[in-house]
Design a binder for this molecule. Structure first.
Ligand SMILES: [Zn+2]
Length: 113
């Protein structure tokens, strides 16, 4: 997963945890759309810096195929007016949530590459 953070392109490694398939619909924390249980996975990323060395990781529920941006567009209403602004707002929110998640992962790192 790549995002721009403070002008730097920041990459984190997301690892999907095993044991998905509890079957219940779940809310993706990135695009805030409800997804069937088999299409949402708990992803974890090891924290940067000392926290990661200690095994500290951050987890969040994300669409299993990481298609959040597409889902935001698909979930948008198809009425003729206001659509453009509405979709743009939702995409902005998605991007912010990705950035805040990456910030949590990167917290403690002296340098993020
Ligand atoms: Zn999503």
């Amino acid at each position: 997963m790549l995002t721009e953070l403070g002008g730097l392109v920041t990459g984190i490694v997301l690892r999907a945890t095993d044991g998905s398939g509890h079957g219940r619909p779940a809310l993706c924390n990135i695009c805030h759309t409800m997804q069937p249980g088999d299409q949402v996975a708990l992803f974890t990323a090891r924290r940067a810096g000392d926290a990661g060395i200690r095994g500290d990781s951050v987890g969040t529920y994300v669409c299993a195929d990481l298609s959040c941006h597409e889902n935001v567009r698909l979930a948008a209403p198809l009425a003729p007016n206001e659509i453009r602004a509405s979709v743009d707002r939702r995409i902005d929110g998605t991007r912010r949530r990705v950035e805040s998640f990456v910030e949590r992962v990167a917290a403690g790192a002296e340098r993020v590459v």
